[in-house]
Design a protein around this ligand. Structure first.
Ligand code: OAD
Length: 244
């Protein structure tokens, strides 16, 4: 049910944040992490998404990220991503995402804070240099930097810290925002999930869009149960009526 306070919040708001997770890209054909069809149901994070796993078997981890890169490259932004971009006509919008798939940028969003990195990026574990394009694989099936060091994906792995400047920027954006839309995230991975509590602490109006209930649902002032690719465009239409 649409709450009157939701309509009021949409009318009054100037700055907003979309805090997104893998669910927002599900309708683009990119698998989520948890749930029946989730990646972590089929693969083991401890064998693929941490630094020790990479050092132990760089070829396997490289292959897994190349497999995901292919899926991401073929995917297109869906109506959820595209509507978030369109919200910029009405509000000052910051996207804070846990996704590494680049789809918010490809949809046109101008301020995107990637808490968990970007799958298109790689960097050298020895000299730290960025490598957007991979060079030739060596005989053992791994990519190497010009300096000879191993190239790893520019994503945050389990046990690693989030990029401080980006997390700080996300907190600043949330602290200034009137509404925080939380879309397609299970809110199970910290510290990212803590941002919803942080938003509540700053008295932001919280809207959750998810196909299921999450541990953060109780914090939502307005909840939309269902697909983000359906609900976000519908909210945008409402905004057009209210502000157009
Ligand atoms: P999860 O896979 O944990 O959760 C996806 C959420 O999206 C679930 O709550 C689903 O109900 C919801 N969902 C699925 N399809 C949807 C749709 N079409 N519309 C709206 N909601 C939908 O993904 P994240 O919360 O993003 O971290 O996971 C957080 C982090 O865990 C990821 O960034 C990744 C992973 O390990 C790292 O790689 C560091």
């Amino acid at each position: 049910m649409l709450e009157k306070h939701f309509i009021d919040a949409l009318k009054k708001a100037r700055q907003i944040v979309f805090f997104t997770g893998s669910g927002i890209s599900a309708e683009s054909g990119i698998p989520t992490f948890r749930g029946e069809e989730g990646l972590w149901n089929k693969f083991k994070p401890e064998e693929l998404a941490n630094f020790n796993a990479f050092i132990k078997n760089p070829a396997l981890v490289t292959e897994w990220y190349n497999f995901r890169r292919e899926i991401v490259r073929k995917a297109l932004p869906n109506p959820g991503h595209l509507s978030i971009y369109e919200f910029e006509k009405f509000y000052d919008v910051t996207v804070v995402t846990q996704n590494v798939d680049n789809l918010h940028r490809r949809a046109g969003s101008s301020k995107v804070l990637e808490l968990h990195g970007n799958i298109e990026r790689n960097f050298c574990i020895s000299c730290g240099k960025d490598a957007v394009e991979m060079h030739e694989k060596d005989k053992s099936g791994v990519f190497r930097c010009e300096c000879g060091g191993l190239l790893r994906p520019g994503v945050v792995w389990f046990g690693e810290n989030l990029p401080t400047a980006i997390f700080d920027a996300a907190e600043v954006a949330i602290s200034k925002s009137d509404i925080v839309f939380v879309a397609g995230t299970s809110l199970q991975v910290y510290p990212a999930a803590s941002l919803v509590h942080f938003a509540k602490g700053f008295n932001c109006y919280i809207v959750e869009i998810n196909t299921e209930t999450t541990p953060g649902s109780y914090l939502a002032d307005q909840k939309f149960e269902g697909k983000s690719g359906v609900h976000i465009p519908a909210i945008l239409e409402l905004v057009k009526e209210l502000k157009g």
